[in-house]
Design a protein around this ligand. Structure first.
Ligand code: ACO
Ligand code: OAA
Length: 371
């Protein structure tokens, strides 16, 4: 048997949802550039789930469906009041809350396609509300009800801050959500597909995926990037800091990628937003530090910045708590997970690879009293 550590280079499934070819990312055939420049997050979610762009009335209907499904069951709000939120990472809270959502969905175990599509809408809509409700409740504030006439991006910021966002803030979140929505067979999406390929339910698939996204080698990296920038504190310290990290064989968060070796096509948009927003907040040091680190690691190790790198200074500039960075990623990526889950159900086979055994040779069993 031959093995590929970390399944590098293994093509494990076919998918029509997104592709990465020659460092170009497309969602259902549309380049990420066209989508980031022109579309709304809701339009992208419709695209990922239907493999075509909506017309105006379909988009209006879809936006309406999302916005009327944002309100959480009382049980989820009660759950968020039932433990000490100050000691819990919001990704752990989100993982548990999504699992609880499943308990309060009468259709949770109904496996028909139409039912799964309805659940997809409910999940996509409610994840934004869970993240923002968590963020408010832990500060002793009341959760805020979504506004029906706001976009998904604007509603997210509205439910977080209690006021309608400025255009530039809405635009930044809308773009970030689009850029994070799907990414072929990344670790969390693979996790979701493995889970539902047993014909387990959608809530189980998304709960499992949230667990995979939480880790620092995947979605959890964006929070770690901001931790690093905060630790560095000052532009002059950036290079000595990363040099020391590398001398200690430590990884620089937000750098490197399993698939992209020449550059992550999403990073340039986040880099541009980081420049713009840090200028507005008069804190260009976060952007400048990031650029120095990116250039240095590219030069020294040939590694590019990934999507998590500049998203850190973007979200920080929007005044968002650092531990909410990965939950924002989840709020977007749930659209991709759901697209892959629906695709998996449509053409399912159990995912069950093999492992090469490298443990002890066959042993003789010794009764416990003789050991
Ligand atoms: C949305 C996302 O999930 S994007 C990824 C987010 N994760 C991060 O930003 C965490 C930092 N980056 C990493 O840990 C890795 O680059 C990953 C996990 C993204 C990809 O990992 P892999 O494809 O398994 O690469 P692997 O970890 O084997 O690294 C290959 C080589 O590059 C080095 N390397 C990879 N990433 C980094 C990094 N961020 N900093 C320093 N060195 C790195 C490794 O040390 C290794 O060097 P070696 O060959 O001298 O031992
Ligand atoms: O594809 C990956 O391995 C990680 C990634 O960039 C993503 O999930 O967006």
């Amino acid at each position: 048997m031959s093995t590929a550590k970390g399944l590098e280079g293994i093509v494990a499934t076919q998918s029509s949802v997104s592709s990465i070819i020659n460092d170009q990312l497309t969602y259902a055939g549309y380049t990420i550039d066209d989508l980031a420049e022109n579309s709304s997050f809701e339009e992208v979610v419709f695209l990922l789930w239907n493999l075509r762009l909506p017309n105006q009335s379909e988009l209006d209907q879809f936006k309406h469906d999302l916005s009327i499904n944002m309100t959480l069951p009382e049980a989820v709000i009660d759950h968020l009041h039932s433990y000490d939120l100050s000691t819990v990472h919001p990704m752990a809270a989100l993982r548990s809350a999504v699992s609880i959502l499943g308990l309060h969905d009468d259709e949770a175990d109904v496996m028909e396609q139409a039912s799964n599509k309805r659940k997809a809408v409910r999940l996509q809509a409610k994840i934004a509300t869970i993240v923002t409700a968590f963020a408010r409740i832990r500060k002793g504030k009341e959760p805020i009800q979504p506004k029906e006439n706001l976009s998904f991006a604007a509603n997210f910021l509205y439910m977080l801050n209690g006021e309608k966002p400025k255009d530039i803030e809405e635009e930044a979140i809308n773009k970030a959500l689009i850029l994070h929505a799907d990414h072929e067979l990344n670790a969390s999406t693979f996790t979701a597909r493995v889970c539902v390929a047993t014909l387990s339910d959608i809530y189980s698939g998304v709960t499992a995926a949230i667990g995979a996204l939480k880790g620092p080698l995947h979605g959890g990296a964006n929070e770690r990037v901001m931790e690093m920038l905060t630790d560095i504190g000052d532009e002059d310290r950036a290079i000595p800091y990363v040099k020391e990290k590398m001398a200690n064989q430590e990884k620089i968060m937000g750098m490197g990628h399993r698939v992209y070796k020449n550059g992550d096509p999403r990073a340039k948009y986040l880099k541009r937003m980081s420049k713009e927003l840090t200028k507005i907040t008069e804190q260009p040091k976060w952007y400048n530090m990031s650029v120095s680190i990116e250039d240095y690691i590219k030069e020294e190790k040939g590694l590019p910045a990934n999507v998590d790198f500049y998203s850190a200074s973007v979200y920080h500039s929007l005044g968002i708590d650092h531990d909410l960075f990965t939950p924002i990623f989840a709020t977007s990526r749930v659209s991709g997970w759901l697209a892959h889950i629906l695709e998996q159900y449509d053409n399912n086979r159990l995912i069950r690879p093999r492992s090469e055994y490298v443990g002890p040779e066959t042993q003789t069993y010794i009764p416990i009293e003789n050991r």
